[in-house]
Design a protein around this ligand. Structure first.
Ligand code: CDP
Ligand code: CDP
Length: 225
């Protein structure tokens, strides 16, 4: 059977989650935000005071990790940690950097691989992250690599944080984004890179509506809808 999963990868602030969510709605697919899963592991590290870059401190946490993902009536993905809805807590600026650190640990990636694949087993999905097209769903029917300039991405992230009532200093965010780009692209396991069969889409000069139109066009062309 044709595989209709859609993999969207790219660096922070490229528009992955916003666009993947909108594309999933348009196609009637399930949207899976894999970054939220890494963020939840990072939050666990913060709760217990573990260093997210130290495998000896993080690996033991995985064994007892009570991590769950569920969809609300509105179709929004919620993350639960030890039974508590942590969907808002994981969006904190501090958690972004910690997520990138835990995501570099091979133990964490191996632990989460099956968890992510299971989501795509029973549904057509639009899944976004860093290694979806290369590692998690290499058989995806459409792979898109979303990018935008670091300055554009930092500007978008600042606006987003401000809207959430969090303080956002443009140059701090830009620095964090560049650091995270480097960390994500240079780690040994599943680094951020464009899959050979992925379609690149640069959203620097595209607003959300234009970006979504480009994605829908790609999906329709690929799946002959
Ligand atoms: O939304 P944003 O792009 O800022 O980050 P995210 O997608 O929520 O992911 C947070 C961090 O998790 C990233 O910086 C990556 O290091 C890591 N991640 C990953 O390694 N692999 C994925 N499939 C998804 C996220
Ligand atoms: O998931 P990722 O980190 O790649 O990016 P995002 O959270 O979807 O997008 C970051 C911000 O950029 C959001 O507030 C989007 O609304 C905005 N965005 C935009 O202004 N123009 C686009 N073409 C795409 C996203």
């Amino acid at each position: 059977m044709e595989n209709r999963s859609i993999a969207i990868d790219g660096p922070a602030g490229a528009g992955k989650s916003t666009l993947a969510r909108a594309l999933a709605k348009e196609m009637g697919y399930l949207y899976v935000d894999t970054g939220a899963i890494y963020r939840t592991v990072a939050l666990r590290c913060k709760q217990v005071g573990a260093d997210p870059s130290d495998p000896e401190q993080v690996a033991p946490l995985l064994e007892g990790l009570d991590l769950r993902m569920a969809y609300g009536e509105d179709g929004v993905q919620h993350m639960y940690l030890s039974g508590e809805d942590v969907s808002e807590d994981i969006r904190h600026h501090e958690i972004s950097g910690m997520a990138s650190q835990v995501a570099a640990l091979p133990q964490v990636r191996a632990f989460l691989l099956d968890f992510q694949r299971r989501q795509a087993r029973d549904h057509d999905v639009v899944m976004d992250g860093r290694d979806i097209g290369t590692v998690v769903l290499p058989q995806a029917g459409l792979k898109v690599f979303l990018t935008a300039s670091p300055e554009t991405r930092a500007r978008r992230r600042c606006l987003e944080l401000e809207m959430r009532g969090q303080k956002a200093e443009f140059f701090d965010i830009l620095h964090d984004i560049q650091q995270r780009d480097y960390q994500d692209a240079h780690r040994e396991v599943a680094p951020l890179r464009q899959a050979e069969d992925a379609v690149p889409l640069d959203t620097t000069h595209l607003d959300q509506k234009q970006s979504l139109e480009a994605l829908v066009e790609l999906a329709k062309g690929r799946f002959s809808l």
